[in-house]
Design a protein around this ligand. Structure first.
Ligand code: DGL
Length: 267
């Protein structure tokens, strides 16, 4: 199998996964595709979104000819992984909230799930909780506003701290000891955009917390699925978007990706 690893997200969140892959496998060739015309995915209706994700991924796979597709988006993976695997002839690696590692870390058995509105409510997410954290209290926080903050950050804008604080308020409340519940001690970053804001999240937290994302697990999974990821490959770095994204060019370059080319989605 040849070809790069194709990383797909609605927006710039997949760059957090690209970063983990690069840390583990610096010689792996990668290209990047994002559906910024439909961003944010977390507030879209399921049936239309599934169709859209399949259409964009098929077009991106045709353009990029990858050896594997990494769906670096929890909102897309918890909805459309099966459809993608049915429709594509290459392996598909998904990104889902890191409930299992969080449950292994939490001492208080109280975990926060910070994700999009769609991901916190999905049956797939409930299944992960039932399977790996059934003895834990889970405080689910839909923080779709943070997606916008991460996009702005990549475009070189200073984040709006008040908006970040407002999105995180339910987590901070759960992290304070109460008579009813043990304090939350671990937070799952269940949206790939959120690790891009991690330095603000950790600074704003009123107490030290474990922050868990899926990046390292995905890097390991990709290496299981394709051979030779740690052998030197011809670097790729192509980048595809579904809407013009000149404002992201500098940010994408910091992650090793070229000026984006426009994908035309006809289906
Ligand atoms: N990065 C995506 C995720 O991991 C979500 C962003 C969006 O709502 O489009 O869920």
């Amino acid at each position: 199998m040849t070809g790069p690893v194709l990383i797909f997200d609605s927006g710039v969140g997949g760059l957090s996964v690209a970063q983990s892959l690069r840390q583990h496998y610096p010689d792996a060739a990668m290209c990047y595709a994002c559906d910024n015309a439909w961003l944010p995915y977390g507030l879209r209706e399921d049936a239309a979104l599934t169709e859209r994700i399949v259409a964009v991924c098929r077009t991106a796979v045709e353009a990029c000819q990858p050896r594997v597709l990494v769906v670096a988006c929890n909102t897309a993976s918890t909805l459309a992984l099966e459809n993608l695997r049915e429709q594509l002839a290459i392996p598909v690696v998904g990104t889902v909230p890191a409930i299992k590692p969080a449950a292994a870390l939490s001492q208080t058995r109280h975990i926060g799930l910070l994700a999009t509105k769609a991901t916190v409510g999905r049956p797939y997410t409930q299944h992960l909780i039932d399977s790996f954290a059934s003895d834990c209290l889970i405080t689910r926080v839909a923080a779709d506003g943070l997606v916008k903050e991460a996009e702005a950050h990549l475009a070189g804008k200073a984040p709006n701290i008040e908006r970040i604080q407002a999105a995180l308020a339910p987590l901070w409340q759960a992290a304070a000891p109460s008579i009813a519940n043990a304090a939350l001690d671990t937070v799952v970053l269940g949206c790939t955009h959120f690790p891009l804001l991690k330095s603000w999240l950790t600074q704003l937290a009123p107490v030290p917390l474990h922050w868990v994302d899926s990046g390292d697990a995905i890097a390991r999974r990709v290496a299981q699925v394709v051979d030779g990821l740690n052998h030197r490959q011809q670097q790729d770095g192509r980048c595809f978007t579904t809407a013009p994204a000149a404002n992201l060019t500098v940010g994408l370059a910091r992650y090793g990706f070229q000026t984006p080319q426009l994908l035309s989605i006809t289906r």
